[in-house]
Design a protein around this ligand. Structure first.
Ligand code: ZN
Length: 339
């Protein structure tokens, strides 16, 4: 039975939707090349794609690629290669445009491009994209009713915009001036689970604590220590986007610029601590132009090795959803998460 939830309202499910005995991990690549880079810089999209696909293959990981529509249609060979390697393709805008400020006329025009991109991807890969992540996540609200209605009208079944932040992000070396407090955290992981951590979360969620750079005006990001299950928002299933993203940890390096070792150390620590406390469904998100550049691909390799050490099972959204439906003997797309 379908449980579409109430318009614009988050419906938390107390039961974490995951097959028993397996904790699922969604490995996501925001695949956007020069369309999403916040600066102009030389970038070899083909070489980066090859490096990312090889890393995923080394670890037997099926990922979800959120592709910029124009990129997918301009580079059908890359779209085909990603799909042929067993990865899921979802969409990430047409030209990596902001979608939360469109007029009704602009929204109609965006809908036409969306239809063109989905049809092109279906022609190239044989599969129609069912998922969508908006560039910039529709922040600060992480939701737009008109856009969600448009997506549902074009046959999309899920979205991934609601940002969930982890407290570990606060410990980025350049955010705190007291050395490397995350190393203390590493030896005292209980600190992130006690009453102090809960008090910190309350303050963060009330938007009254934390570095200014993380306190966005009216932001509806949620701070949590572990999981937050998917929920229906209007007609789409919202798969929360779990931070930290690679850009939260490594900032915005040019593809050819190496990242400093202390930042890479911290990124490894932050991602591994999020994976350690992951509940039944968690997520990693990387940007192609960040993670495949300079000295950062090793980080992807190391984190994917860690995934198997902590026995997380990498799946695409489609795989996760159909397994859930199978387990509950329901039809994919009509799974009642509240049952
Ligand atoms: Zn993006």
């Amino acid at each position: 039975m379908t449980s579409p939830g109430r318009p614009g309202r988050s419906v938390e499910s107390p039961a974490l939707p995951c097959p028993p005995g397996a904790r699922s991990l969604l490995v996501c690549i925001d695949y956007e090349g020069r369309w999403g880079m916040p600066f102009g810089a030389p970038y070899d999209l083909e070489a980066s794609t090859e490096r990312i696909l090889a890393a995923l293959a080394r670890h037997g990981v099926a990922a979800t690629f959120f592709m910029v529509g124009e990129l997918a249609t301009e580079h059908p060979e890359l779209t085909r290669a990603i799909s042929s390697a067993g990865h899921e393709i979802a969409l990430h805008g047409w030209r990596h445009e902001r979608l939360d400020r469109l007029s009704t006329r602009e929204l109609v025009s965006f809908g036409e491009r969306l239809a063109y991109a989905t049809a092109a991807i279906e022609t190239i890969t044989g599969t129609r994209p069912a998922g969508f992540r908006a560039p910039y996540l529709l922040a600060p609200r992480f939701f737009d009713a008109e856009l969600y209605a448009l997506l549902a009208g074009h046959g999309f079944r899920w979205a991934s915009n609601q940002e969930i932040r982890h407290v570990v992000e606060l410990f980025r070396p350049d955010r705190l001036r007291t050395g490397r407090p995350w190393q203390y955290l590493r030896s005292h992981p209980g600190l992130m689970r006690g009453a102090g951590a809960r008090a910190l979360l309350l303050a963060l969620n009330a938007n009254i604590h934390g570095p200014t750079s993380l306190r966005r005006e009216g932001a509806k990001a949620r701070w949590l220590l572990s999981g937050y299950p998917p929920f229906y928002r209007d007609a789409l299933l919202e798969i929360p986007l779990y931070s930290p993203l690679d850009c939260d940890l490594l900032k915005f390096p040019a593809p050819s610029a190496s990242s400093p070792e202390p930042l890479l150390d911290f990124a490894r620590f932050a991602l591994e601590s999020c994976l350690t406390c992951a509940r039944d469904l968690s997520m990693l998100t990387f940007h192609d132009w960040i993670i495949a550049g300079a000295n950062r691909l090793d980080l992807l390799d190391e984190v994917l090795s860690f995934v198997s050490q902590v026995k997380l099972q990498p799946v695409t959204v489609e795989m996760w959803w159909s397994r859930l439906a199978q387990r509950r003997q329901q039809t994919p797309g009509q799974v009642d998460l509240n049952r």
